[in-house]
Design a binder for this molecule. Sequence first.
Ligand SMILES: [Zn+2]
Length: 132
Amino acid sequence: MSDDDAPSPGTPTHPALLEARARVVHDLSAAGLGSAAHVDVVDACVRERRWWLDAWPGGAEHVAGQVAQDVQEALRDGSGLAWPPCPLPHARDDVQPHVLHVLPDLGPDPHWVCEESGTATAPLGALPAAGP
Ligand SMILES: [Zn+2]
């Protein structure tokens, strides 16, 4: 983890939440959305999930997928951002870009899936950087 990825003050330090944060921030950056304002959205979602882990300690392996879905919703509803855009070749012809979805909805090893083609694109936290 580089200094750029260091959590801001007040960020919870549960290892699962820190890992979730790092993975989601990576995928935001891969889509060119790694600005401080967007990372703030991630931090807010991570804080919101603290109660969830407190209530269900066994949920640690599920929390990354939950945070990713929270951030996806927050960006869509708050900023009208479609994140992450589908990087597959078939998406280039789309007038309206479509987004990837986290699967499983609730489970370990979350990954991004294009639901239009049913293709698993990358594990959460491993989206390739968007091309030119
Ligand atoms: Zn697609």
